[in-house]
Design a protein around this ligand. Sequence first.
Ligand code: ADP
Length: 284
Amino acid sequence: FKRIKLEERSQDELYEMGITFNRMIELLENNYDKQKQFVSNASHELRTPLTIIESYASLLKRRGLERPDLFTESIEAIHSEAVRMKEMTEQLLLLARHEEQWNLKLEPVDLSHQAAQLSREFWQAYNRRVEVVLSAELQAEAELCTIWTDGGKLRQLLFILLDNARKYSSEDMILELGFDDRSLDHSEHHEAGTRNRYIRVIDHGIGIPATELPKVFDRFYRVDQARTRQDTGGSGLGLTLAERIAEALGATIRLESEEGSGTTAIVTLPATAQHMAGFSANSN
Ligand code: ADP
């Protein structure tokens, strides 16, 4: 990209236009570099499972008929790598779509209902228990569990957090709901109907070392690459996506973790639609 040469400092309009033009070039370059990095990371990440699939397939092609013992191992490896690739491409597509901006669908969402549903799903799909705990205030007034948000997006966000809790722990998980009086946008919300809610996803698993904690939201970042990849088949995209969804919902996510004893993901969520990032552009 070529920049306009700005010879001397004057206050005329052409000079101002030159400055604006150069700033636009800078932004474009920045974006272009980010896209290039993304494509390069994505191709690199997709190559790893493809290489494994390819090598097992060629092993089967050469020796499959005479060595039936290789069969189960190969098919299992091919299957699990294919599942991983599918998951990764789905997440990549969601992230790419996000760059174009998501359309939020606002509706009243009963948080305790949604939590119970997720809990049932984790039990059905993985035989893992998610205990749903409501704060005393929410228990006392069930209707305060309902907020205005995009239910589908919120579900996706919670699913990612619960799925991480499942992958990196082996005991029961906890999903806590309550009021969070921390301010999201520096304004004060005092009435019960408009106070922020928290949703905490708690696990007692392997935890995240303090030095890694700031990096886990980065695209493709995984703590202890070799071990976690083999065990869990993750992509390193889950938390990136979760953070983007939170942004769209006007929410925030924080992780608190201690290596060896577990992780808590805290989502702070506005109760009413006008706090949402995408609200004015997308609510129709
Ligand atoms: P992945 O698909 O690898 O789980 P994420 O972006 O969701 O990708 O998470 C990035 C990394 O953060 C994970 O690979 C894992 O090392 C770490 N991590 C995330 N959640 C947890 C958790 N609940 N407990 C321990 N480690 C976690």
